[in-house]
Design a protein around this ligand. Structure first.
Ligand code: TRP
Length: 453
């Protein structure tokens, strides 16, 4: 098969470049910030088990589908869906899937950037020695004072959005690829070091027990939905980010292999993060369900007391910000690619427009942590609502649609050719998962939440 059709945005320079970019998109705040705090809120082990099942049985097959659809369509999600529907002679309404992805990406990035701003602020706090010898109460107070200030949150959110726009302006295969090559391995090494610290805490085994011993009485319909949403969020699937990255993927690269490697890396980072956080939580008498501030209320205790903690604290938050940056560029890329390909913008202008809109929406989340914290819709602050609607509703719906499209609408020969699996049996298994299991699972979870089951 010759590489006749290329994306107008260029291509990844090599196999490892794509693996790096896809890992960069997957690994981010979702693993290190979100996974521990929602695991804490949803009771631990059983939630983790559901999450792992969702990654393996729903996430991986959908990620394969999203990548292959992107590579076949070779454009932003809207144009890709248009060309795929034309090719399959399907209903043209499918291009709304592309639209939903672009919107979901912007909405997610609006609050993602606020949290990445917290991580950026913590680089400075680590540097100035704010955590030095701090106990749990002091660290909690430091965080409370910080998020009470809309000005500080706005400053760091702005800084992070500017950095995102600056990277996006350079295009997919400049700079980002190179930075990720050392970032991912270093992040991994640092996490292992922190696991070493967690092992020295008195409640190490209590932390592990919380994370890995399922107590199914803690599962509710909503926590199952949250676990499924987290599988989508953490892998970065269901909204077209993987579709655009797939569009930049040369034909000769194996989609299946890449997806499996990326999913494993992503899951390992999330689990490591949990293995680090929960022992610190229990060793310091903290509550696992304290919410989005969890890592900011726990890790500084470790950095404040461990040997070399000053340096490790700085390095950790720097890497967290960089990991967030490599995800934020993926979240905004569908919108940027759409502006370039259909509105004739150049990259610079596209990233300025998409970035500015995202930046503005971000203020809703900023104020929900302070001035507007009492303003609730369905009992949720604006930040919580944005997170719920995007991660728990839009991504699973997007994933469901992707599975249906790849399984039922796409011409069989096309998906077979894109996946290029070594034997017919693996293709059959993928078909089974994508046609029946993944859509049915998403559907059942939704039914459960609305109370039909
Ligand atoms: N997966 C990233 C994280 O875990 C965030 C992210 C990147 C994402 N691209 C996405 C989330 C697409 C949802 C959809 O931090």
């Amino acid at each position: 098969m010759t590489d006749t059709k290329k994306s107008p945005q260029g291509e990844w320079s090599s196999h490892s470049a794509f693996i790096m970019a896809a890992t960069g998109s997957a690994v981010g705040l979702g693993n290190i910030w979100k996974f521990p705090y929602i695991t804490g809120e949803n009771g631990g082990g059983a939630f983790v088990l559901v999450y792992l099942l969702c990654v393996a049985l729903i996430g991986i097959p959908i990620m394969m589908s999203e990548t292959l659809m992107g590579r076949r369509g070779r454009h932003n999600p809207v144009t890709t869906m248009e060309s795929l529907t034309a090719e399959a002679k399907a209903d043209e309404h499918w291009h709304y899937l592309g639209w939903m992805g672009i919107i979901a990406g912007i909405l997610i990035l609006s609050y993602y950037s606020v949290i990445a701003g917290w991580a950026s602020a913590y680089v400075l706090k680590a540097f100035t020695g704010s955590f030095f010898d701090a106990d749990a109460a002091a660290v909690k107070q430091l965080f409370a004072d910080f998020i009470a200030s809309p000005v500080q949150l706005a400053f760091w959110h702005t800084a992070f959005m500017l950095a995102t726009m600056w990277i996006v302006k350079q295009g997919v295969n400049n700079g980002l690829e190179k930075a990720l090559r050392w970032l991912m391995p270093s992040l991994f090494v640092l996490l292992i070091l922190l696991v070493g610290y967690a092992m020295t805490t008195p409640s190490y085994f209590q932390g592990l027990h919380f994370l890995f011993t399922p107590d199914f009485s803690k599962l509710t319909g909503n926590s199952i939905l949250t676990a499924m949403g987290q599988a989508f969020f953490s892998l970065g699937i269901g909204m077209g980010a993987v579709m655009v990255y797939g569009a930049y993927l040369p034909k000769k690269i194996s989609i299946t292999e890449t997806v499996v490697v990326v999913s494993i890396a992503d899951t390992v980072v999330a689990l490591l993060s949990g293995i680090i956080i929960f022992p610190i939580v229990f060793s310091n008498g903290l509550q696992p369900d304290s919410g989005p501030g969890l890592i900011f209320e726990t890790l500084p205790i470790a950095f404040g007391s461990m040997i070399g903690g000053w340096l490790f604290g700085i390095l950790f938050f720097v890497m967290l910000v960089l990991a967030a940056l490599s995800s934020s560029v993926a979240l905004i890329e569908p919108a940027v690619a759409w502006l370039i390909e259909t509105r004739g913008f150049n990259r610079e202008k596209a990233s300025l427009y998409a970035g500015s809109v995202t930046w503005l929406i971000g203020f809703a989340s900023i104020f929900s942590f302070n001035s507007w914290s009492g303003f609730k819709i369905f009992g949720q602050t604006l930040f919580e609502l944005l997170d719920y609607v995007t991660a728990n509703l839009m991504l699973p719906i997007g994933g469901f649609a992707i599975a249906m499209f790849a399984g039922w609408i796409m011409v069989r020969g096309h998906s077979e050719q894109e996946l290029d699996l070594p034997n017919p049996l693996t293709y059959q298994i993928w078909q089974l998962l994508i046609k029946y299991l993944a859509p049915a699972a998403v559907f059942l979870v939704f039914l459960d939440v609305v109370g039909v089951l």
